[in-house]
Ligand binder design. Structure first.
Ligand code: PMP
Length: 443
């Protein structure tokens, strides 16, 4: 291979220094700061298809995809056209508008939900779903799984306390114990732990919330029948089953994470949350579910929930256009690309002698890099995901970045592909993998 000149990143470094003087850590969402991999985050000025370009003019094949939304790739011409047309008519009125009806109809037609309410972020969606579950059931306790992320909702930023069936402790300063002492945190894929807390606290549990297929500790699929078991356990105890599809919705499959097992195992969530793809790269998210539960929301019912920009016409237009363009062929393409890159990464790591586990859920996948002597076994919970060798991922990440491939700057994330990842983009990723795998092996 020819040696390429090292990338210049001075403009990103300058901007990062200025950003750090006016914004905590220089970023508006922590994981962007490269804290887990070291170095300076790249400031991106434009994207087109599978590629993004930074302020120094470096181009990258993008495997972050704005952390999920960009299913069609960047600056899709039809999405842009629809958004520009919407903007030219005005950006926000604080009244009902047509695009929000169309997007709600699209979501209702693609998922098991009967009613949907829009919010501006996934965090708001899960926060509101939990409030509604508590309001509907008249109960207070919430059950979640370690390693599942549901946004920065106080009650859900909790770590497991000592012992399995004890209440949680705050996962961050600033969250009072009173916000998490009604939250139970369990190990993922652990039926016995679920049975135990429902046996002990079943009549106090408002809801259990889970990612349809977890993607925030890397991809950790539910074991066969696990979601059906959760839905059944909730039903038996009068609790609501909340499936968080902010990441997987309209991404893992055309039907989201529910399309992976729910559709054929026959379970239906009482409430679901959505975000990312359904906003088409603009701020839009939603929660929805059973009509009788959703009708408990204001103004139909007593549970209050609201948003100045909720259902914003520009954001819902971006989301609607994205979903309309997300055909079966799009999902088939993203699935193929994801498979090629996942298998390529696995082959390169094997070749370099790096023990690893690659796991996928529909079009989503992630790769766990392990220490040299670690046993290789499927990752089934957060403890397993935490056995990653983080220095290996940091070395791997930077070698890929230097070769023009932008992976997520964290070992716990999905590698997001898009409909715009063509053969050339995929080949660039495949070409970069062997050297990155050797860099990981050297750690
Ligand atoms: N739920 C899940 C499953 C997510 O992946 C995320 C974001 N990564 C959220 C909720 C929170 O969404 P937002 O960042 O839009 O608040």
């Amino acid at each position: 291979t020819t040696s390429r000149p090292a990338r210049t990143t001075t403009r990103s470094a300058d901007l990062f220094a200025r950003a750090s003087a006016v914004t905590p850590g220089g970023v508006n969402s922590p994981v962007r700061a490269f804290g887990a991999v070291g170095g300076t985050p790249r400031f991106i000025t434009r994207g087109a298809g599978a590629r993004i370009t930074d302020v120094d003019g470096n181009e990258y094949v993008d495997l972050v995809g704005s952390w999920g939304p960009m299913l069609l790739g960047h600056a899709h011409p039809q999405v842009q056209e629809a958004v520009l047309a919407a903007v030219s008519r005005g950006t926000s009125y604080g009244t009902p508008t047509e695009p929000e009806v169309l997007l709600a109809e699209e979501i209702v037609s693609r998922t098991p939900v009967e009613r949907v309410r829009f919010t501006s972020s996934g965090t708001e969606a899960t926060m509101s779903a939990i409030r509604l579950a508590r309001g509907f059931t008249g109960r207070d306790v919430v059950v979640k799984f370690a390693g599942c992320y549901h946004g920065h909702v106080d009650a859900l930023l909790a770590s497991a306390g000592s012992g399995l069936a004890t209440f949680a402790i705050p996962g961050t300063p600033g969250v009072p114990e009173s916000a998490t002492d009604l939250t139970l945190v369990l190990p993922y894929n652990d039926r016995a732990a679920v049975e135990k807390v429902f046996a002990e606290h079943g009549d106090r549990i408002a809801c259990l919330i889970t990612e349809a297929t977890p993607g925030n500790m890397g991809i950790v699929p539910p074991e066969p029948g696990f979601n059906a078991f959760l839905a059944e356990t909730c039903r038996a105890h009068g609790a609501l089953f909340v499936s968080d599809e902010v990441m997987t919705g309209f991404r893992a499959t055309r039907l989201g994470g529910w399309g992976l097992d729910g559709a054929h195992e026959g379970w239906v969530p009482d409430l679901m949350t959505f975000g990312k793809v359904m906003g088409g790269g603009l701020p839009a998210a939603a929660f929805g579910g059973r009509a009788d539960v959703m009708e408990h929301l204001a103004p139909s019912g007593p549970v209050y929930q609201a948003g100045t920009l909720a259902g914003n016409p520009v954001a819902t237009t971006a989301g609607l256009t994205t979903l309309q363009l997300a055909t079966d062929e799009v999902y088939a393409h993203v699935d193929r690309v994801a498979t090629v890159i996942r298998e390529g990464a696995s082959a390169a790591l094997t070749q370099a002698g790096v023990p690893h586990v690659a796991q996928s859920a529909g079009t989503m996948f992630s790769v766990f890099l392990l220490a040299g002597d670690a046993p290789v076994a499927p990752v089934r919970d957060f403890d397993g995901a935490s056995r990653q060798h983080l220095p290996a991922y940091a070395a791997f990440f930077h070698a890929m970045l230097e070769a023009g491939v932008h992976l997520p700057p964290s070992a716990y994330e999905v590698w997001f592909c898009s409909a715009a990842h063509d053969d050339r983009a995929v080949q660039q990723v495949l070409d970069a993998l062997p050297a990155a795998a050797r860099a990981a092996a050297a750690t």
